[in-house]
Design a protein around this ligand. Structure first.
Ligand SMILES: CC(=O)N[C@@H](CC(=O)O)C(=O)O
Ligand SMILES: [Zn+2]
Length: 313
């Protein structure tokens, strides 16, 4: 007898769409506000889809955050520590969001949370996963990639033990980030807005199909796995001394080979990549990452196997 490996998951009835986790990333903010006024487009049979602005004070000021980055604030310490009016605004907010959509790691948590972001990098549409073994999410991204073809969508896997961070979406059982660029901070571009909207539509269609009992066969998903972050060259005072090299700028997801230029110093010298094999850089020259000492992230390409899935009965 051949054994069939099918992973079963409960129906996904509680779904949320987060916008404004960073208050200056306008596509998610505008889409969520639009859906809050009229949610017809995001309603599907048998599920409740809640559009939600996660950092309203940052949205109002059109800034990434008020006190601290909300998308790093969902740590066990923050979520379990005592409430205090003196806590940073985003830590208070993380606690509130955890109560509403979690608690993180509990059976009561939302099934799926989509968290909408924009990047200044030339990444196109990117789905961000936090686990290589969440077969529900792997099947969902496979479905989305198939559905939007010939348009394309990269999958970034961040489960690096040190580089992974505690995201807003991480309160859900199946957290998924959607990062679309290039779009400057505080700017709304119609092409980026529409790409994001289209991916969300297919994602919700997938969940609806799954809930009706459709079984999804095993598949393979091409992902870019986060390996390392690369900072700008800096002087002793911490000021940057070089820029992203023109041959690397805008070349997200393209191979960077040993010896290829990464940075260009202000006096015109090229700083080469000194690794031993080709890698795939992304988040190249993301505006929000200067303060995080990150010029780009290095990824490697990998194929992940997703088992068949269907809903548990
Ligand atoms: C540019 C930006 O904000 N990117 C997101 C990526 C993510 O959601 O994982 C962040 O750093 O939180
Ligand atoms: Zn963001």
């Amino acid at each position: 007898m051949t054994s069939r490996n099918v992973s079963c998951f409960p129906e996904a009835r509680k779904v949320a769409i987060f916008g404004g986790t960073h208050g200056n990333e306008m596509s998610g903010v505008m889409l969520v506000n639009m859906w809050k006024k009229n949610g017809a487009e995001i309603q599907r049979n048998g599920m409740v889809t809640k559009p939600f602005i996660t950092n309203p004070r940052a949205v109002e000021k059109c800034t990434r955050y008020i006190d601290t980055d909300l998308n790093r604030a969902f740590t066990p310490e923050n979520l379990s520590g005592p409430w205090d009016e003196g806590l940073p605004y985003e830590v208070q907010r993380a606690k509130e969001i955890n109560q509403m959509f979690g608690p993180k790691g509990s059976p009561d948590a939302y099934d799926v949370i989509f968290d909408l972001h924009n990047t200044t990098s030339n990444m196109g549409s990117t789905l961000i996963l936090e686990s290589s073994t969440d077969h529900f999410n792997l099947q969902m991204v496979h479905y989305i990639k198939k559905s939007i073809a010939p348009a394309s969508c990269a999958v970034l896997l961040n489960e690096h033990p040190h580089l992974k961070y505690s995201t807003s979406r991480s309160v859900a059982k199946h957290p998924i980030g959607l990062e679309v660029g290039p779009q400057p901070q505080g700017v709304l571009r119609s092409n980026i807005f529409e790409s994001m909207r289209d991916i969300l539509k297919h994602a919700l269609d997938f969940i609806e199909l799954f809930n009706t009992g459709v079984e999804f066969p095993p598949c393979a998903v091409d992902v870019f796995k986060v390996i390392e972050r690369v900072d700008y060259p800096r002087d002793a005072n911490g000021n940057i001394t070089a820029m992203v090299h023109p041959h690397l700028q805008d070349c997200d997801w393209e191979p960077l080979n040993p010896g290829d230029p990464m940075f260009q110093t202000f006096d015109g010298r090229a700083v080469p990549y000194q690794g031993s094999s080709p890698v795939y850089p992304t988040f190249i020259n993301e505006a929000a990452y200067y303060e995080k000492q990150q010029a780009f992230v290095i990824t490697r390409r990998e194929m992940l196997a997703a088992t068949a899935i269907r809903k548990s009965i």
